[in-house]
Design a protein. Structure first.
Length: 323
C-alpha cells in the first residue's frame, strides 16, 4: 500500500512545484534585503536579523529552484515571456543577499554561493537579451526590464568579504551604465506608448529600485564617495521612491497576482540606500537622510509584510477540484 501511495505523493509534489510563480523570487529578495536594512539601524542584532530573513528567503528561493530543476522546460517558457523573463534574475539576486548573511558563519560557503548566484544572474541576463532581441517591441517593455542588467548591482551591495573587487567594480559600472541608457527609453515608452497591461502593472513599482540600488552599491564599494555621484543618485533615488509611493494608490487596488512581489525590493533598497548614505555625510544632510531612511524602512517593512500575507492567503485558499 505504501509503495503505491508514495509515487502519487511525489508526483503531486512535483506537479505543485511546477505551479510555483517565478516572481516569488522577488518576494524572497525583498525579505532577505529587509533583514539587511534593519541591521543598519540595529547593529547589535545584525546577524540575527540577517539570518532570520535569509532563512525565510532561502525557503522561497528553494521552491523556485526546485521548480526549474524538476521542470527544466519551464526555463525556456519563462525566458520567452517578455515580463516573466525579466524577473527571473531576482532569485539569483536573493541568493547573493543570502550568501552575504552567511559570511560570518562560513566564508567559503558564502563565497561559493555568491559566485554561483552572480554567474546565474549573468546567464539569465544573456538569455533575456537573446530572447528580447529576437522579437523586440518597445511596447513589450515594462519596468521589470531593469532587473536583468541593473539588478547585477546587488553583487556590489553584497560584496563585502567576498573578494573579487575588480569584478564587482566592473559589474557596478555595467549596471549603472545600463540604468542611465535604459531610463530615458523606459520613460519614453511609459509616456508616449500604450499603457502597461493590468497583469504587468505591478512591475511599475520596480521604477523605484535602480537609482536606489545604484546608490547603495556605490556607497558599499567606495570609501570616499564622490559628491557629484551622490548629488545625482540620491535625489533621483528619493524622487523615484516617492513616485512609486504615489503609484501605490492604484497598484495596491489591483487584484492580487504573483506580480505583487515587485512591490517589495524597491521599497527595501530605497531605505537601505538612505541608511547607508546617512553615514557618509555630515550635518543637516545626515539628519535628513536619517529621518527619510527610517520612514522608508517602516514603509518597506509594511509593504513586505502585506505582500507576504497576501501570498500566504492566496496560496492557502482552497482550489476547486478538477472534474
Amino acid at each position: 500500500m505504501n509503495k503505491t501511495e508514495n509515487p502519487g505523493r511525489t508526483t503531486g509534489l512535483v506537479s505543485r512545484l511546477s505551479r510555483v510563480p517565478t516572481p516569488l523570487g522577488g518576494l524572497a529578495l525583498g525579505i532577505a534585503s529587509l533583514g539587511g536594512a534593519w541591521s543598519l539601524i540595529m547593529p547589535d542584532q545584525s546577524q540575527g536579523l540577517k539570518l532570520t530573513a535569509a532563512i525565510i528567503a532561502a525557503i522561497l528561493v528553494l521552491k523556485v529552484v526546485l521548480k526549474f530543476i524538476l521542470h527544466p522546460h519551464l526555463i525556456r517558457e519563462d525566458l520567452s515571456h517578455p515580463v516573466v523573463s525579466s524577473v527571473m534574475p531576482t532569485c539569483a539576486m536573493a541568493i547573493m543577499v543570502i550568501a552575504s548573511a552567511l559570511m560570518p558563519i562560513s566564508e567559503f560557503a558564502a563565497r561559493a554561493l555568491w559566485v554561483a548566484a552572480v554567474v546565474t544572474h549573468l546567464i539569465l541576463l544573456v538569455g533575456f537579451i537573446t530572447h528580447r532581441a529576437r522579437d523586440f517591441d518597445i511596447e513589450h517593455m515594462v519596468p521589470s526590464w531593469f532587473v536583468p542588467p541593473v539588478g547585477i548591482i546587488v553583487a556590489a551591495v553584497t560584496s563585502p568579504g567576498m573578494g573579487f573587487e575588480p569584478l564587482v567594480n566592473i559589474l557596478f559600472v555595467f549596471g549603472l551604465f545600463c540604468y542611465f541608457v535604459k531610463l530615458p527609453i523606459m520613460l519614453y515608452r511609459l509616456i508616449f506608448k500604450s499603457t502597461i497591461p493590468d497583469a504587468a502593472l505591478p512591475t511599475f513599482a520596480i521604477m523605484g529600485a535602480p537609482a536606489s540600488l545604484s546608490l547603495a552599491g556605490y556607497l558599499t564599494i567606495t570609501d570616499n564617495p564622490s559628491l557629484i555621484m551622490i548629488s545625482i543618485l540620491a535625489p533621483l533615488a528619493i524622487f523615484m521612491t516617492a513616485m512609486v509611493y504615489m503609484a501605490f494608490i492604484k497598484l495596491l487596488r489591483l487584484p492580487f497576482s504573483p506580480g505583487y512581489a515587485a512591490f517589495t525590493f524597491p521599497m527595501v533598497i530605497g531605505a537601505t540606500a538612505l541608511l547607508k548614505l546617512e553615514g557618509k555625510v555630515d550635518g543637516v544632510f545626515a539628519d535628513l537622510f536619517h529621518q527619510l531612511g527610517r520612514i522608508e524602512l517602516w514603509v518597506a517593512t509594511a509593504i513586505v509584510t502585506y505582500v507576504a500575507i497576501r501570498y500566504i492567503v492566496f496560496y492557502l485558499k482552497p482550489r476547486p477540484k478538477m472534474a
